[in-house]
Design a protein around this ligand. Sequence first.
Ligand SMILES: [Zn+2]
Length: 372
Amino acid sequence: MVSSVFFVDSTTTGELKEKYNEDKKIKILLVPGHDSESGGTVFKNIKESELNLRLSRELYSFLSSNPRFEVESSRDDSGYNKNITEYMSINKASIEDFIKSKKNVMQGLLSSGDISIAEGVIHNTAPEEIAKRLYSINKWSNENNIDLVIHIHFNDHPGRKINKEGKYSGFSIYTPEKQFSNAKASRELADYILKNIDHFYSKSNMPKERLGVIEDQELIALGSYNTLDSIGLLIEYGYIYEPQFTESSTRNLIIKDMAYQTYLGITDFFDKKEYLGEYWKSTLLPHSWSDIVESGDKGHDILSLQVALVLEGFYPPKKFLSDDCPVTGIYKRCTTEAVKEFQKRYKITTTGRVGPKTMEKLNQLYSKVTSD
Ligand SMILES: [Zn+2]
């Protein structure tokens, strides 16, 4: 027998639910990826570190409005979290030791064959300073009894030409590889978050990200070398060059809704909701439409229209895949076809454009706040 904590669960869904049901606060740390110096990926004038921060702020406000959660962020507009920065400067030596000893344990287990290397998606290696910060966040989280650590990122397609869109689109959720002590509970939370985001938005179409939840052994954020005791997730909310993020009229709206879907996934994990009809919720509805919209238009009206069409079961329309018809706030063929199906259902002439009658029906169904 190998005596190592590696194989013992350091967190379980059962324990976390017990804590939640006893009305003890669930402690959550949000880590918006990168910072102003090491900004992550860039597309035209859009910086990943800023998208990460915006999404993190939205998620922070949903979580902190719920008294069951105690939420902290590793970084905000004014810079890094003071507690973590101070912790790093006081504990330099013990952080070095922590990294070294965790690596030694894992090397030992690898060479004895008790654990194995799992090949995954290739990531950019974090620069040394960033790597140290990420390990420090793990150690700090372990010592401060954090229950969930959620890293927030936007993805990029390596090797794409500067200012040209890459080939892939969609979101993905990375979880610790199954041999790690925080793997099981992390996976369970990831599946709940996946369900919510996936209902409205498309999973990544990069072959290795196809399933939406991807196990990973190398990302420090998830606890590589078994350095994180709590649940650890890293969510890539989409590829930075996707039109819904580059278009300024819809970017913040969609980021807010993706944060909300993440929040709903977290509460579902604790409340274990059943996924019944009329369950799905979005910050993009209710919405009032007051202008005629049609193919070629874009913006808030279109975004909310697409979300309403998802709820009607018409988006993506018949014979289309969700990859081909992401919710983008841009009125193209997918929206035209979906509006035709909507018009058929409500016995409106099928034009594929939102004229006065279609608008009236949409407003009747989706412009009022419905009580829960
Ligand atoms: Zn990133």
